[in-house]
Design a protein around this ligand. Structure first.
Ligand SMILES: [Zn+2]
Length: 181
């Protein structure tokens, strides 16, 4: 039995089933205390709701926002903080290939928007190859000041440092800043 339940949803009667994790007993009924996947352990007669990592893994097509944790020559790794605008605290990472090794897509700690493409060999693959995808927020690599986005790079008005980036068309847009609060 695999069902998605919402908080308060009825799972069964206390005579039939015990209250496992993320469920509660309201006197005669077992109900879900969180949104998640209901699993029933028939042997132990225990109901539980799983809301952990299973639901925190983005699916193909999802838009994720995260911070760059590593930059390698052919790819970047990103710790996901939002999946389709919803906060995610599982620490799950995805990778984004960089086919042109000479090009700098992003730097460590940049905030980027990506679209999930596939799950391959245990890794979650994403792309930033769309106008609204790419770097949403970054700082000057030289003086840590705020930078101005140009077409395919950022420029620091403070020290003049310029560096390549794959800039999102949503760079520093209000709805993203709202997400950061
Ligand atoms: Zn600077």
């Amino acid at each position: 039995m695999n069902d998605f339940v919402l908080p308060g949803d009825k799972i069964g009667f206390i005579e039939e089933i015990g209250s496992g994790s993320n469920t509660f007993d309201d006197g005669d009924t077992i109900r879900a205390s969180t949104a998640g996947i209901l699993t029933i352990d028939k042997k132990a007669k225990l109901a539980q709701v799983e809301n952990g990592k299973q639901l925190s893994i983005p699916k193909k097509g999802d838009i994720v926002i995260g911070s760059v944790s590593a930059v390698l020559s052919s790819m970047i790794a990103v710790v996901i903080h939002y999946i389709n605008g919803k906060p995610n605290h599982s620490g799950v990472e995805c990778i984004c290939q960089n086919p042109d090794k000479r090009r700098i897509l992003a730097r460590v700690n940049d905030i980027v928007a990506l679209r999930i493409e596939a799950h391959l060999n245990g890794a979650i693959h994403a792309t930033m190859d769309e106008p609204e995808l790419g770097v949403l927020f970054t700082k000057c690599n030289s003086c840590a000041g705020s930078v101005v986005p140009l077409r395919d790079r950022v420029k620091c008005p403070n020290c003049g440092y310029m560096e390549e980036r794959k800039i999102s068309s949503n760079y520093e847009k209000a709805d993203f800043l709202k997400l950061r609060e």
